[in-house]
Design a protein around this ligand. Structure first.
Ligand code: BV8
Length: 233
C-alpha cells in the first residue's frame, strides 16, 4: 500500500450500534418509530415542537446510559498514534467518539449535547431537556432547539470537509447506509480526487459499489483490526 499520509473517516449510526444506540434504518431503528418528516425536518418542528423536542430529549438522555465501544476507542488510538493527518467526520449526533478519546471530531449533522437559540442564534453545550422550554443561557428567550441538522438544512463545515477530502489519500466509511446526502457522496468525491476508498459496514450499503474495498462485519471487530493494519500491527 502506498504511504498513507492523510486519512478522512466518515462514520454513521452503525459505529454506535454496539454501544446500544438505535441506528436509523435497521429493524426497529429510530425512523421506524417516527416518520422522519415529523421529527427531523424544520417543518415537523414547526408543526409539532413538543414531539420533536421530546424525541431529542429522549435521545439526549439515553447517552448517559451508553458507553463508547471498541470501534470508537480504536479510532481514538489511531488519532493518537498515526503519524499523518486524520479527520473524523461523523454524521452521528452522539458524543461517543469524544468519550472514546477522539479529539478532532467534526459533527456535520450537529450534536445532541448542543443547543441553538432561535432568538439570538447562540450555539453552545447543552445537556438538559428542552421540552419544558428552558431559557437560553445568553438571551433568556425560551426558544432553544436541538443543534442538529435536519433534512433540508445545510450540514455544518462543508468547506472544511471538502478541503480534507481533497487532501485525503485514504477515505474510510464506517457504519453508514449511504442513504443521506451530501455525506453519501463523499466516497465519490474522494475517489475522483485520487484517494483510496474503504468501507467497513455490517452489510453492503447503498454505496458499496463506489469503494475500492468493502469489508462486512461489526465495527467493534473490523475497526480495531483495520487500525492495527494502518499502524503496522
Ligand atoms: C442538504 C441528524 C443541501 C439529525 C440527519 C430529495 C428530496 C428531499 C431532500 C433530498 C432529496 N435528495 C437528496 C436530498 C437531501 C437530503 C437527503 O439526502 N435525503 C435522503 C433521504 C434522500 N439531505 C439533506 O437534506 C441534508 N442537507 O442536502 O442540504 C446541501 C447539499 C449539499 C451541500 C450542502 C447543502 C441534511 C441531511 C441531514 C439529516 N440529518 N441526522 C438526527 O440525528 O436526528 S440524517 C441521519 O441519517 C444521520 O445523520 C445520517 O446522515 C443518516 C443516515 O444514517 P446512518 O448513519 O447511515 O444510519 P443508518 O441507520 O441509515 O445505517 C446504519 C448502517 O450501519 C447500516 O448500513 C447498517 O448495516 C450498519 N450497521 C449496523 N450495525 C452495525 C453497522 N455497521 C457496523 N457495525 C455494526 N454493529
Amino acid at each position: 500500500m502506498t504511504e498513507i499520509r492523510n486519512i478522512v473517516i466518515l462514520t454513521g449510526a452503525g459505529i454506535s450500534a454496539e454501544s446500544g444506540i438505535d441506528t436509523f434504518r435497521d429493524a426497529g431503528g429510530l425512523w421506524e418509530q417516527h416518520r422522519v418528516e415529523d421529527v427531523a425536518t424544520p417543518e415537523g418542528f414547526a408543526r409539532d415542537p413538543d414531539l420533536v423536542l421530546g424525541f431529542y430529549d429522549m435521545r439526549r438522555a439515553a447517552l448517559a446510559k451508553v458507553q463508547p465501544n471498541a470501534a470508537h476507542r480504536a479510532l481514538a488510538r489511531l488519532e493518537t498514534e498515526f503519524s499523518g493527518d486524520l479527520l473524523i467526520v461523523t454524521q452521528n449526533v452522539d458524543d461517543l467518539h469524544e468519550r472514546g478519546g477522539a479529539k478532532r471530531v467534526l459533527h456535520m449533522h450537529g450534536e445532541l449535547k448542543s443547543a441553538l437559540c432561535l432568538s439570538c442564534e447562540m450555539r453552545g453545550p447543552w445537556d438538559a431537556p428542552m421540552l419544558d422550554r428552558p431559557p437560553c443561557p445568553v438571551c433568556q428567550a425560551r426558544s432553544l432547539r436541538p443543534d442538529v441538522v435536519w433534512f433540508g438544512e445545510m450540514p455544518y463545515q462543508m468547506d472544511r470537509i471538502y478541503r480534507a477530502l481533497r487532501e485525503a489519500d485514504l477515505f474510510v466509511s464506517i457504519g453508514t447506509s449511504g442513504a443521506v446526502y451530501p455525506a453519501a457522496g463523499f466516497v465519490r468525491d474522494a475517489r475522483e480526487l485520487g484517494a483510496r476508498t474503504l468501507e467497513l459496514n455490517l452489510e453492503r450499503s447503498e454505496g458499496s459499489h463506489w469503494f475500492h474495498e468493502s469489508r462486512q462485519g461489526p465495527a467493534g471487530e473490523l475497526v480495531p483490526e483495520w487500525v492495527d493494519e494502518v499502524l503496522g500491527g
